[in-house]
Ligand binder design. Structure first.
Ligand SMILES: [Fe+2]
Ligand SMILES: [Fe+2]
Length: 278
């Protein structure tokens, strides 16, 4: 059972006068990545081939991720009626592929895979909370709050399976930390940049990773407040096996917040020069 459906959203409350134009490209790009959740479920099926409990859970998880894409895609089409969600997604699907036939995790073990999944859900849970807090548009606020709650439940789901696998695989804190740090830095890879390209640039425009990740990050990083990173860092610490509310987590959150602000300025300057050159 899903916790909500598209019909639960008050679409008729949409107010174009409250839309921040810089949020629209982010929502379009996020819709692509979310809708691709069913491909990740196929990959997870291969990695957890003999675990029917995990199969059932990951299928349900993927249904929710696809719904996140559909809710965001529908909102983006209200905010920008020229946006064709399904054709943008078809371009994304054609150009960005994950190995759905893998029979072992690219993270080296099943526990490693689950740590990586926890990090992804931490990132999405913090991000949609940040967007919900930043926007004054009531429909986007509702959509982002519903999605953020799902993402937090997804974190708990993968964390519960992680605890089960850690009893068998005994992954050390250090190994978990390496996976977590690796996955956290992948946010600037092609998954989001190419999603930004397919959903915001016209067909025929050549894909340029740097331009696209700049377009995405310069806008996305603006919306983080310290509270979002503090909560996210606690979740990451938990996935790695450290105390989520200790001094170390708080210090790491302060460092992450400074890093985000610094990188945001860097991306903002790069975005300004792309705009000036256009
Ligand atoms: Fe999601
Ligand atoms: Fe999720």
């Amino acid at each position: 059972m899903k916790h909500w459906n598209l019909e639960d959203i008050a679409w008729d409350r949409f107010d174009p006068s409250l839309v921040d134009p810089d949020i629209i490209p982010l929502v379009k790009a996020a819709a692509m990545v979310e809708r691709n959740g069913d491909d990740y479920a196929l990959y997870l099926h291969g990695v957890f081939a003999d675990d029917p409990d995990f199969h059932a859970a990951s299928e349900h998880w993927a249904t929710e991720e696809v719904q996140h894409g559909d809710a965001l895609g529908r909102w983006a089409s209200l905010a920008d009626p020229s946006f064709d969600y399904m054709s943008a997604f078809a371009r994304y699907r054609a150009g960005y592929k994950i190995d759905v036939k893998a029979d072992a995790s690219i993270r080296g073990s099943r526990s490693g895979e689950l740590v990586a999944r926890c990090i992804v859900e931490t990132g999405t849970s913090s991000y949609y909370t940040a967007l919900a807090d930043a926007t004054r548009e009531p429909v986007l606020q509702q959509v982002c709050r519903l999605i953020a709650a799902d993402e937090y439940r997804h974190f708990k789901l993968f964390y519960d399976h992680l605890k089960r696998y850690l009893e068998r695989e005994k992954l050390s804190h250090w190994q978990r930390l390496k996976v977590a740090a690796g996955r956290a830095t992948e946010s600037e890879d092609d998954e989001l940049a190419f999603a930004f390209h397919c959903s915001n640039e016209t067909e025929g425009t050549p894909y340029d990773h740097t331009r696209c990740i700049t377009g995405y990050m310069a806008r996305a990083m603006r919306f983080y407040q310290f509270s979002h990173l503090d909560r996210g860092m606690g979740m990451m610490f938990k996935a790695v096996g450290f105390s989520p509310r200790g001094r170390a987590s708080r210090l790491a959150a302060h460092a992450a917040f400074r890093l985000v602000k610094w990188r945001q300025k860097k991306y903002e300057r790069a975005l300004d020069s792309y705009k000036a050159a256009a």
